[in-house]
Design a protein. Structure first.
Length: 132
């Protein structure tokens, strides 16, 4: 019996950071506290924290000192796969404490530098994508 006012359909998945990390496309992945450290097929490693706020997945990379354009593309692709696997409708990727060299790569890949409440540029960068 269908309860009045509810539409039948698949249940919303309960967010699982472990499942999201598994969908990221890492060759190997380890969990350290709430952070996943994954290695891509090209040998590059990246640390990422994964979470959901409503229907938005958040992928945060803490302390980015060195990152190639190829690795950033892998991160973006992996985060999109993780977001799709969790049923997210949008994805926000945040790169925290990026070095100057990494900031140039982030900028070229469409990330926007975060400005604090006082109008000062921070070393954090963000990119939001729609998930289809």
């Amino acid at each position: 019996k269908i309860i009045d006012g509810l539409t039948p359909g698949p249940p919303s998945p309960v967010f699982s950071a472990e499942r999201a990390a598994a969908n990221f496309g890492f060759k190997t992945v380890e969990k350290a506290g709430s952070t996943f450290v994954g290695q891509f097929g090209n040998g590059a490693s990246v640390a990422v924290n994964l979470g959901m706020v409503g229907s938005e997945m958040k992928a945060t990379m803490p302390m980015l000192s060195k990152l190639s354009a190829e690795t950033l593309r892998n991160v973006e692709k992996g985060a999109v796969n993780a977001a799709k696997g969790e049923g997210a409708t949008s994805l926000t990727i945040t790169a925290k404490m990026a070095s100057d060299g990494t900031a140039r790569i982030l900028s070229k890949q469409g990330f926007t530098q975060i400005v604090d409440a006082a109008g000062k540029k921070t070393s954090d960068w963000v990119k939001t994508l729609k998930i289809q």
